[in-house]
Design a protein around this ligand. Structure first.
Ligand SMILES: CC1=C(CCC(=O)O)c2cc3nc(cc4[nH]c(cc5[nH]c(cc1n2)c(C)c5CCC(=O)O)c(CCC(=O)O)c4C)C(CCC(=O)O)=C3C
Ligand SMILES: [Fe+2]
Length: 331
């Protein structure tokens, strides 16, 4: 494959109080999120001045990627400026023919994979003469993703006696999980279990670990992946656990869900239960994670199938099959 541009494709987030509600409207359009949940989430953004950390993290990643990078770098988001369609228009105007896109989620599922491909299709449909845009494969078990998480867990474990490792990822409806992967094989949960296993093995093979979920939204009658981190902390306290290290392996950087749902909410739960609680860092702009992006681009450009770095056993592919991660029916 020959590419003449690189696209960082992300979720987007508000950059001031006035952006919060229009941003949330973009995120939740037609998704049946209850009003109370939206107001609560608006409050989480307002707590941070209406500024999501995610845009600064994208800018930081781009600056870290730039030195020596062969392709012009573009950035577009699903839900907030720079909006993907505007970026695609700019790419077209600059004469870009075929771009390779890195998405800021390593996993399969509608929300974390296929919806980004739908975003690309929709943006291209708005722009006559738009370049072709290919999405980079999943990277949930790439050494450049596992190692920074593992170092962070090791650092958090240091000085503690025998903490329980608690890995977390964004919950999704169980129907969305079931539909994830080719033909619908629950690939989202399977990939996260693999990531958890690999991080635990690299960081602290002697410790017990669990994979739990965070940041559930949607109406209560719709089942989402469980247990929630807060319920899980209750159970651990009952079981006599006294120290927990929480590692958000579902996130590449400190998204709002990490800063609020873990550092505020889950921390408060742990304090109430008398648990010693520490949250491990995310990769952010760790040089190994930046190199992962370079490698995945090189892997596709050179098509050197023999150098496809992966520590796990779940297969990945360059182009998703048609029946992969289809959109679940929404209430
Ligand atoms: C799997 C997954 C990821 C990881 C993959 C990826 O990274 O893309 C992710 C990331 C993110 N989700 C984010 C924010 C939100 N997600 C929401 C709602 C939802 N997320 C879902 C799933 C996921 N979400 C789902 C199934 C919904 C229900 C609505 C629907 O079916 O689509 C809502 C609505 C309010 C609420 O209910 O929370 C908000 C505000 C931000 C930005 C954070 C920041 O600002 O730093 C990021 C990175
Ligand atoms: Fe989300």
């Amino acid at each position: 494959m020959v590419y003449d541009a690189f696209l960082l494709l992300s979720f987007g987030g508000p950059e001031g109080q006035d952006d919060v509600l229009p941003f949330l409207e973009n995120v939740t359009r037609g998704r049946g999120i209850p009003r109370e949940r939206l107001e609560a989430v608006a409050g989480h953004y307002r707590h941070f001045g209406g500024v999501s950390p995610i845009n600064a993290q994208c800018r930081e990643l781009i600056e870290a990627l730039r030195p020596g990078f062969e392709l012009p770098i573009y950035w577009g988001n699903r839900n907030w400026h720079p909006m993907l369609a505007d970026t695609v228009r700019q790419m077209r105007d600059d004469g870009v023919q075929r771009a390779i896109a890195f998405v800021t989620s390593p996993f399969g599922s509608y929300s974390s994979c296929r919806q980004y491909r739908d975003d690309i299709d929709r943006a291209r449909a708005e722009v006559p003469g738009a370049p072709v845009i290919d999405k980079i494969r999943h990277y949930h078990d790439h050494p450049g993703y596992i190692a920074p998480h593992a170092d962070a867990v090791r650092a958090a474990v240091a000085g503690r006696t025998s903490p329980r490792l608690v890995f977390t990822a964004h919950s999704i409806p169980t129907s969305m999980n079931a539909a994830s992967g080719p033909g619908g094989v629950g690939r989202y949960q399977a990939q996260l279990l693999e990531t958890a296993r690999l991080v635990a093995a690299q960081a602290a093979p002697e410790l017990s670990w669990d994979l739990v979920w965070q940041s559930r939204s949607g109406p209560p009658q719709v089942p989402w992946l469980e247990p929630d981190i807060n319920d899980h902390l209750e159970q651990l306290a009952k079981d006599g656990v006294t120290e927990v290290v929480v590692s958000p392996i579902g996130f590449i950087s400190d998204h709002l869900e990490v800063l609020w749902d873990l550092d505020e909410e889950a921390k408060a739960t742990a304090d109430r239960l008398g648990l010693d609680y520490v949250r491990a860092a995310t990769p952010g702009a760790d040089p190994r994670f930046v190199d992962l992006i370079r490698e995945l681009v090189a892997e596709r450009v050179l098509a050197h199938g023999n150098v496809r770095h992966a520590l796990g056993t779940i297969p990945t592919w360059d182009f998703c099959p048609a029946d992969c991660c289809v959109s679940p029916k929404r209430p």
